[in-house]
Ligand binder design. Sequence first.
Ligand code: NAD
Length: 425
Amino acid sequence: MAKIGSTPSVYQTVIQQFNRAADRMKLDPTIRKILSVPMNEVRVNFPVKMDNGQIEIFTGYRVQHNNVLGPFKGGLRYHPAVDIDEVRALATWMTWKSAILDIPFGGAKGGIQCDPTLYSESEIERITRRFTFALGNNIGPEYDIPGPDVNTNAQTMAWILDTYLATLPPQMRHQSIHVVTGKPVEAGGSVGRNKATGQGVVYCIERWAQDRSFDLTSATYFMQGFGNVGSAAARLMKPFGSTLVAVEDHTGAIANADGIDAVELTAYVAKHGGIKGFSAAAAIDHKTFMSTQADIFIPAALENQLTAETAPWLSAQVKLIAEGANGPTDLNGDRIISEKGIDILPDILCNSGGVTVSYFEWLQNKRAESWELDVVDSQLRKKILGGYDRVQGVADELQVDWRTAAYIVALRRLARVYKHRGIFP
Ligand code: NAD
């Protein structure tokens, strides 16, 4: 199992990444000051009645980094490591993502510091509903729109939707269902949202392979995290003929050089809650997993997984890291990966399929439409490859690494808006 929460703090990593890009592009000092800090930080402590009748107090966060491009947007995470530093970092990355893809959203993120495995489903429901109530008007369909992230899913979004709508006058309820995205399709969600982040990762990998004449049919890859993002990406890699040779999640790591079937593993995880014990692969330790001999690594779990300690373990065979997770690589990891000559498709580009289809869901709700899957997929592909082209363009123009290029694409766009609008008063 991977170690998490190592230094530097995740928010320090974001600020270091930001400063590197801002220096390189000579970002206007005023805009630099504005974007260096989140606009709003909400922290709520709220009581929840447990199944045994006892009351527990939970702490939840919502950080709204920036909304100059549109309403605040970002997921909610339920995890013991959630704290203000992590949420700040995740909120900031959301601002860059929408700016790169030209989506009219700002950046936000939230979460509850808790281990959801310790609670029953009805307790999670009450925690979610009470958190929503505590957030009150800090969220809203035209103001701040939560979505799913680690340990939250379509069901979580349905509870938030129901609770939020219950606080509104009846006449306003139907027009407000875009207060959350990632809802179940029957409750106003979009087809294709569940797989959207994984789909975006795979569109990026496919494009990278085309540009480098790299044959995906004989490629091998390994993956950390087999939840929403990871498992969808693995299932979508299958038609290309690429072989999944190792997987790690919070229960352990497994390997099989002949291939791990993504569909079978998805069914196993749905039943057992993790990959541990999957009989068609052998258990391995974390260092062996990180040293897997394969062409592509897809981190799709948590932050700070590729660091000064772990990046040297990557085998000489690895050619690409496609970041499905947010912030899997810290600055030391970046440096080592670059010295090894490995390409990185940075998180703020590579995993932006989720926010893109969330935007489509939000649009469908506002227009009372439901799009077909082929429309969602083709629009997603167009959006994400548009971002890909812009990042590649800046990387070539300024001869910078792809993460810095992605930041510069985002910062240029945000800077243009601030320049037009000026600062009140
Ligand atoms: P998820 O809860 O569905 O899955 C998380 C996965 O990470 C699980 O397989 C879990 O076992 C694994 N994991 C947790 N702790 C681990 C550890 N210590 N070591 C190894 N594996 C561990 O969450 P998700 O939605 O798939 O999110 C995964 C990542 O993708 C996160 O960084 C998230 O912020 C990012 N992301 C998610 C979305 C989305 O639409 N869900 C969008 C963009 C980015």
